[in-house]
Design a protein around this ligand. Structure first.
Ligand SMILES: CC(C)(COP(=O)(O)OP(=O)(O)OC[C@H]1O[C@@H](n2cnc3c(N)ncnc32)[C@H](O)[C@@H]1OP(=O)(O)O)[C@@H](O)C(=O)NCCC(=O)NCCS
Length: 231
């Protein structure tokens, strides 16, 4: 892989978003060349050049994250619902934007499931506010100023939640099925299920965190094996 990729990788930025046992890779430079594993190539033939670049950027981060767990040259193929297929006993997630990508992995003996989401630091378009947010969430948004930026954070939290729960439930989750409560004091969030489709104890065990940078809104979620809280 191109040396510039490694020069622009940060292994610490995302660590506060996850328990210490998770391996987190954040990259701010899509690699110009990337050798996909043969098992990862099945869906790439029809990708546009931009989509292929994002896919390769995510896979480059995933490969490096797995290396931190001493899993060398491990493919992460694509599942039927586009989900990444991690090695047995590994929980993982990835996300990418035009410039940035991230991958997080952990052993399932420590973290049952996890999700990461990166979004550009932009407002949620006003015309999709009610599609993304439930009434209760809209009522709690700041009355002015960064109202739509906060709504974008709720969107991001829901995306990370979906990525966390998908490998366990294999069920689509609608934006109105879950209510996100933000805790600005410690940049965390929690979710409440509004349907009986998903086990409520699983949703209650899910822990969410977020990080706001100049460029990005970053959300994480994870479920610990024993459901205990973690620092
Ligand atoms: C799948 C989805 C979450 C991806 O999020 P996104 O913001 O569009 O894109 P990101 O860059 O953050 O993430 C893309 C990566 O997510 C991963 N992903 C895709 N589908 C996934 C799934 N079902 N489960 C877990 N991860 C998935 C893939 O690795 C993908 O990258 P790749 O295609 O290059 O491998 C989103 O497109 C989606 O379908 N959302 C609707 C469901 C939802 O969020 N409901 C809200 C629940 S409250």
């Amino acid at each position: 892989m191109a040396r510039e990729f490694y020069e622009n990788v940060d292994l610490t930025l995302l660590q506060p978003l996850f328990p210490a046992s998770a391996q987190c890779v954040f990259s701010s430079n899509p690699p110009e060349t990337f050798n996909l594993h043969p098992a990862e190539k099945s869906t790439t033939a029809r990708m546009s050049p931009l989509r292929f670049r994002d896919f390769g950027h995510g896979r480059a981060c995933a490969r490096l994250a797995l290396e931190q767990l001493e899993l060398i040259d491990c493919p992460v193929p694509v599942g039927k619902q586009r989900e990444p297929l991690w090695p047995d006993n590994i929980a993982g997630s990835l996300s990418h934007t035009e410039h940035f990508a991230a991958a997080v992995v952990a052993r399932k003996s420590e973290i049952s499931a996890l999700g990461i989401d990166l979004e550009p630091a932009e407002d949620l378009p006003e015309n999709i506010l009610t599609r993304v947010c439930r009434v209760e969430e809209i009522e709690r948004l700041h009355p002015a100023g960064d109202r739509y930026r906060q709504a974008k954070l709720i969107f991001s939290a829901k995306e990370s939640l979906y990525k966390t729960l998908w490998p366990i439930l294999k069920l689509f989750i609608g934006f109105h099925d879950m209510e996100i409560t933000l805790r600005e004091q410690d940049c965390s969030w929690s979710a409440t299920s509004h349907t009986d489709q998903y086990p409520t104890d699983l949703v209650a065990r899910l822990q969410g965190r977020y990080l706001l940078t100049d460029d990005l809104i970053i959300s994480s979620s994870f479920i610990l094996v024993d459901g205990s809280t973690t620092g």
